[in-house]
Design a protein around this ligand. Structure first.
Ligand SMILES: [Zn+2]
Ligand SMILES: [Zn+2]
Length: 213
């Protein structure tokens, strides 16, 4: 992953919002202070050594200057790094910090830490495209835009098939405003993503006609 050119640090965003589990008391990291296992949604498992500042993932091990998303995630989960202010609790991965003893810290509005990080990690205001995450997007919209979701139009009015990053397939009905996923929010990220793509002309409109360009 690279920066999107507008100052957002993608690894930090990923560290906060991607589905990953941080484990501190199983397998290789049992009784090993400073060692954590980070398991991604794809099932990959990486050993993070916070004392040495290392992770065994390719991103981290091939580039000494890089702090990978796994190390960042651990730093957030154990409270070593405060969670940025814009990262509303709902934006965080649901599993965030579930499996470790330590508590994450929240950046306080007028604390020095929050101000120090705001400059380099602030969300861009500019709009580079339909999937640019905006500052005032709510958490599900942010996820709808960021995640590797693949949307296609089914030959039925208002129906779209959504392939999520986790390889699940859901059917979204934009006319009924329903989705077959288990998220019980009124408008899940799949529905939001389809909406965004319709408005951007990336998929056909609900009536099946192509957008007028
Ligand atoms: Zn890593
Ligand atoms: Zn959904």
């Amino acid at each position: 992953m690279t920066s999107n050119g507008a100052g957002v640090d993608d690894r930090t965003v990923a560290a906060l919002t991607e589905v990953m589990s941080v484990l501190d008391s199983v397998g290789r990291v049992r009784d090993a202070p400073g060692l954590y296992l980070v398991v991604s949604s794809s099932g990959s498992e990486y050993l993070v050594d916070m004392a040495e500042g290392r992770c065994e993932c390719p991103d981290d091990s091939h580039r000494p200057s890089v702090t990978c998303k796994h190390r960042r995630r651990v730093a957030f989960v154990i409270g070593e790094r405060p969670i940025l202010e814009w990262a509303n609790q709902d934006a965080l991965d649901d599993q965030f910090g579930l499996h470790v003893e330590a508590e994450p810290t929240r950046a306080v509005p007028d604390g020095g830490v929050a101000q120090a990080t705001a400059g380099k990690d602030s969300v861009p205001q500019s709009s580079n495209g339909p999937l640019t995450v905006e500052l005032d997007d709510d958490p599900r919209t942010k996820r709808a835009k960021r995640e590797a979701i693949d949307t296609s139009f089914l030959q039925k009015p208002g129906r779209y098939e959504v392939h999520s990053a986790s390889d699940s397939v859901y059917e979204v009905d934009v006319l009924e405003e329903t989705c077959s996923c288990p998220d019980d929010a009124s408008r899940c990220k799949h529905l939001r993503r389809v909406d965004i793509e319709i408005r951007a002309g990336l998929v056909p409109r609900p009536d099946g006609r192509l957008p007028d360009v």
